[in-house]
Design a protein around this ligand. Sequence first.
Ligand SMILES: C[S@@+](CC[C@H](N)C(=O)[O-])C[C@H]1O[C@@H](n2cnc3c(N)ncnc32)[C@H](O)[C@@H]1O
Length: 270
Amino acid sequence: MRKDYIEAAEPADQETAFVEKFWTTVWEQEGGPQGKIDRIPRKDEYRTMAPYLADLSKGARILDGGCGLGDWTLYFARQGFSVVGLDLSRQTVEQLQERFPEAEFVDGDIRRTSFADSSFDAYFSWGVFEHFESGLQDCVREAFRVVKPGGLLFVSVPLDNLRHAILGGFARPRPAGSKLRFYQWRLTRAELSRELEIGGFEVLKVQPISKRQGVLRSLHHEFGLPYEWLLTKGLSAILAPLIPGSLIGHMVLAVARKPRNGTQDDGQHQ
Ligand SMILES: C[S@@+](CC[C@H](N)C(=O)[O-])C[C@H]1O[C@@H](n2cnc3c(N)ncnc32)[C@H](O)[C@@H]1O
């Protein structure tokens, strides 16, 4: 597992407060929740999940762990599922509750939720499990507790792709006096599988996703092309299908199942 760092003035402790403040600011800058659900069916995550969700009855209970602007929560609520969007950013959750009363939003931490054991038929979480330096197990353990036996977990985290492995060998110069703090973990496919298996899940599928986003970032960081240029966007659309996901995928997505009669293991099989 590889660590990514970020420049930040805040002290290295108070990690949870840092994550909450960071994302509250990001969502504020994006204008807050707007219910942009039209894009969901085109997303890699949705295409992967859809066949598994087809087996769930309408009204099945689903958790969106780290729901951010709540688009996914809303999308599934409008499909007839009983979805809960959970997020650390209290301000964003308050805005979501106010703007979209038809869905349920809760402010809280996916590492220690208030939900009863075996509350959910499915749990999905995009880009959240990687945010804490102690690792992913607190998130995985709580997911295992709240998912029903036989229930599904869909989780995405940043992929430690070949581009990062190569670049990792070249430390970038930092301006004098810059303060770095932990930002997120990056995982390979095998590492994500292992994290879920340690937590007691049976892994059904693991695949790199978001290739276009990966190419966009590479064009920006390695070739200096601004994100907003049409050229950058056009090139990433053309190049992404031609490059293997393991080289350029921005995220890795796993589908896992809690065994019907399974128990969490002790995480000792190293
Ligand atoms: C990368 S964003 C992803 C948002 C959303 N899942 C999406 O795909 O649009 C990460 C989100 O997870 C939330 N988050 C981070 N750590 C969390 C935690 N321990 N519990 C609940 N939410 C958390 C952040 O506040 C932020 O909204």
